[in-house]
Ligand binder design. Structure first.
Ligand code: GLU
Length: 314
């Protein structure tokens, strides 16, 4: 059984880019007879709010996107799909990594990081030097008196390779190209990679469909799967929606937020627009959700980013 998922962060109103992610993950799973689940990635307690989760679900339902199980369930299980409620699972994954000796405390502050890390790569990813790995117990005791450490995963000097369902063969050296990632923050909160891998594994996700900005991160996530004793899912990344200036569409552009979009369009009109982005149809016509699902094809979707003329949409 194929299980796909949509895993948004309820940190504001969804915009066109989020809806595109929801539609592609839904269509990809559903056209293969699979299931689709909805998970709220609300680990960041400062930015995420329950009311954003509520409007997010309302926006998905407005489009006809109902999860087979997940955060919109009405049978009392919904909270199990909110990351903020799942610390016990992350803690046991964390303890497993600790017992394997795969994680270590890192006391570096931002200044130390900038000084000791490799320069920013084009995707803004900072490669941590691994300095914390070399600390002795007595050095750590001294540091503990003044700082709370975060925890990093040691990424080994090995090449990870996999084939993305849309972008094809991918390879990266975990230590040199990715660097030691954070699994738990200094405030005790678990970090994205640990949570996403634990959840996708425990929720039986077999197919991860998400935007291509997370393509490279799949390498460290695959490594986490192997340490935790799980099989990695299949990955299918899709191109970003970008404005005519090449910048990714973002929450800052209010005209693309779902409250504004819903005032201007009907669900089938919006689905028809997303179908143009996905190259399901060459020009805009309303389309039903069922037709989008049956006609969506990874093969027709471009690899290059999709330019959206924000001022000329509706
Ligand atoms: N929660 C992430 C986001 O809002 C997506 C994580 C994922 O798909 O792995 O972009």
């Amino acid at each position: 059984m194929i299980v796909g998922r949509f895993a948004p962060s309820p940190s504001g109103r969804m915009h066109l880019g989020n809806i595109f992610a929801a539609m592609l993950s839904y269509a990809s799973a559903k056209q293969k007879g699979g299931r689709w689940l909805l998970r709220m990635e609300d680990l960041d307690r400062q930015r995420c709010r329950p009311e954003y989760a509520e409007t997010l679900i309302d926006d998905l339902h407005w489009l006809g996107l109902y999860a087979d199980y997940g955060a919109d369930a009405t049978d009392g299980t919904a909270l199990q799909y909110f990351q903020s409620q799942r610390d016990e699972f992350y803690l046991s994954a964390f303890q497993k990594l600790r017992s394997l000796g795969a994680i270590y405390e890192c006391f570096c502050n931002r200044q130390d990081l900038m000084a000791s890390s490799a320069p920013h790569l084009s995707d803004g990813h900072l490669i941590y030097s691994g300095k914390g790995r070399l600390l002795s117990e007595s050095e750590k005791d001294v540091l503990r008196a003044s700082r709370r450490p975060l925890w990093r995963l040691s990424l080994p000097d090995v090449v990870d390779s996999f084939t993305d369902g849309h972008y094809g063969p991918q390879s990266a050296n975990l230590a040199h190209d990715r660097g030691d990632i954070i699994v738990r923050r200094a405030d005790g909160n678990f970090a994205y990679h640990l949570a996403v891998v634990t959840d996708d594994a425990l929720m039986g996700v077999t197919e991860v469909v998400r935007a291509r900005d997370l393509l490279v991160a799949s390498h460290e996530q695959r490594y986490l799967y192997s340490l935790l004793g799980y099989d990695s899912p299949a990955y299918c990344h899709f191109p970003l929606l970008v404005a005519t200036d090449g910048n990714r569409l973002s929450k800052r552009d209010r005209s693309l937020a779902m409250d504004v979009v819903r005032q201007k369009t009907k669900p089938e009109e919006l689905i028809g627009l997303l179908a143009v982005f996905a190259r399901i149809q060459p020009s805009w016509h309303p389309m039903s959700l069922a037709e989008f699902v049956s006609r969506f094809s990874w093969h027709n979707l471009p690899q290059e980013d999709i330019i959206v003329d924000v001022n000329n949409l509706f």
